[in-house]
Design a protein around this ligand. Structure first.
Ligand code: FAD
Ligand code: SF4
Ligand code: SF4
Length: 466
């Protein structure tokens, strides 16, 4: 008999007034009993509508059934057939707009907590089992992967699983991409990301860090080194700015710099780690996506008194995950919606001393389908802040494009690649993730890495390799 409660089993969390002072994970995860109870809410629909919402086709009802029966190892194995980073996806996938959006239990209540169950199975496996050595037939055919974010890791893992000799080249000193330098510890613990990466190394994936491709080697040089195919998963790490006066003042960060200092360089443990970060007294974060929420919640944890999210549209248009907005509010972040910055004000010696803003109202929908924000007359006001963090999006870094002949890109910098295969304008070179789509999601990056791995395998076989 299924559990017909209209609500998900509540997941234990650190209380807001405690967690907004530490970097430990907010959500504590299900116990075995809670997971079984939640798994029993699944109706095992024959048509499996939830699977249509998962870009990597996790066999959702199958793994949930095993959890309901207490067969946690089997549940993990089923997820792992199609998803090599389940502990990460279970935590950061926007499930409400993917798998859970299609769950029939969502019609008259809350959908099954698919993400929470996926996280449970992955965490249980990590705590109770060691990764199994897979018996893979190895070939001498070498494939290079540029970037170790979710796109690169997935592509590399799938190709290594097929037997190819795969090397990832990563610009930073630690692999993981945004999973390591962008998403904060309190949403995605970094030792867990490294454990998932360790599982890929067990499959044979080699990772060379501190290797900026385009500087150390060009793609052409990698080909000359014997790499028969290349996957570019270099992400979208170039921050966008607003172009308003005052952006060059001391105390203005891009969200990238602010979060990299905190996550990758562990500035929240300064002076134990040698990178500092200045948070000041009051902080304005410009933007309304996940990145803005992460920056605001991090600033609060680092001791800022007032932290504002400044967003020019309304609550309904906030692009961040609902859960992140909810958590940010609980933690005391102040939302200044329908507000647009026009100028960052500075002291004589060049430090931020307030931000001039105007109020907005929503007009007709624009090209993106969202209602266009229009400035309200006589609404100019100054927000009392001494730090400003700009989180209005990122674009792909032009380095690879500028050092590779004949690699076609869009005007905005994204690499042009076929959606189903990742094939670029150069035979044997594939691309995926944010480098192609612009800033998107972990699971879409993973899906593109997976598709490209299949296409690279077919390409290499056509070329007579393998
Ligand atoms: P990335 O993760 O950016 O990885 C690219 C890697 O390539 C990096 O490690 C980079 O150092 C490396 N690289 C770049 N250039 C070179 C070069 N020339 N040579 C060698 N290496 C290079 N998505 C979600 O689904 N849920 C969330 O909750 C979420 N929150 C986010 C929070 C933040 C703060 C940010 C910034 C993004 C968030 N995203 C979230 C988006 C998601 O993280 C990205 O869409 C995803 O990481 C893209 O994966 P990727 O592999 O394409 O690129
Ligand atoms: Fe849902 Fe993401 Fe898991 Fe797919 S990978 S089932 S979208 S949580
Ligand atoms: Fe279970 Fe929901 Fe998928 Fe149906 S749609 S199988 S209830 S998770």
């Amino acid at each position: 008999m299924p559990n017909m409660s209209p609500y998900k089993v509540k997941i234990p969390e650190q209380p807001p007034e405690i967690r907004n002072k530490n970097f430990l994970e907010v959500s504590l995860g299900y116990t075995c009993e809670m997971a079984k109870e939640e798994a029993q809410r699944c109706l095992q629909c024959k048509t499996k509508p939830c699977m249509a919402g998962c870009p990597v086709n996790v066999k959702i009802p199958d793994f949930i059934l095993h959890i309901a029966c207490g067969e946690f190892e089997k549940a993990y194995e089923i997820i792992n057939e199609t998803n090599r980073l389940p502990a990460i996806c279970g935590r950061v996938c926007p499930q409400e707009s993917q798998c859970e959006k299609f769950c029939v239990r969502g019609v008259k209540g809350e959908p099954v907590g698919i993400g929470r169950l996926e996280r449970f199975a992955a965490d249980w496996y990590m705590s109770n089992r060691s990764p199994k050595a897979e018996n893979i037939h190895r070939t001498q055919t070498k494939v290079a992967v540029i970037g170790s974010g979710p796109a690169g890791l997935t592509c590399a893992g799938d190709l290594a699983g097929m037997g190819y000799d795969v090397t990832i080249f990563e610009a930073f000193h630690t692999p993981g991409g945004v999973l390591m330098y962008g998403i904060p510890e309190f949403r995605l613990p970094k030792d867990l990301v490294q454990k998932e990466i360790e599982n890929l190394k067990q499959l044979g994936v080699k990772i060379n860090t501190n290797m900026v491709i385009g500087k150390v080697f060009s793609l052409e040089e990698l080909q000359q080194e014997g790499y028969q195919a290349i996957f570019i998963g270099s992400g979208a790490g170039l921050p966008n700015f607003m172009g308003i006066p005052g952006e060059n003042l001391n105390g203005v960060y891009s969200s990238n710099e602010f979060l990299t200092r905190i996550n990758l360089m562990k500035a929240y443990r300064f002076p134990q780690y040698d990178t500092p970060v200045r948070v000041g007294r009051n902080v304005a974060v410009i933007g309304g996506g996940n990145v803005a929420m992460d920056a605001a919640r991090s600033a609060k944890r680092l001791g800022a008194e007032k932290v504002y999210i400044v967003y020019r549209r309304s609550e309904k248009e906030l692009p961040a995950r609902l859960e992140e907005v909810h958590h940010a509010r609980e933690e005391g972040i102040i939302f200044k919606l329908l507000t647009n910055p026009t100028q960052i004000l500075g002291t004589e010696d060049g430090w931020v001393q307030g931000m001039e803003c105007v109020e907005m109202e929503l007009g007709e929908p624009d090209k993106s389908g969202r209602r266009r924000p229009i400035e309200k007359k006589n609404s100019k006001h100054v927000l009392d802040v001494d730090i400003v963090i700009i989180a209005i999006g990122q674009s792909p870094n032009p380095l690879i494009k500028s050092t590779t002949q004949n690699l076609d890109t869009y005007d905005w910098g994204g690499i042009i690649a076929e959606e189903a295969t990742g094939a670029t304008s150069i035979p044997g070179i594939y691309a995926g993730g944010d480098a192609v789509t612009g800033a998107a999601t972990v699971i879409l990056a993973m899906g593109s890495g997976k598709n490209a791995a299949k296409a690279i395998d077919q390409y290499l076989k056509r070329q007579g390799y393998y």
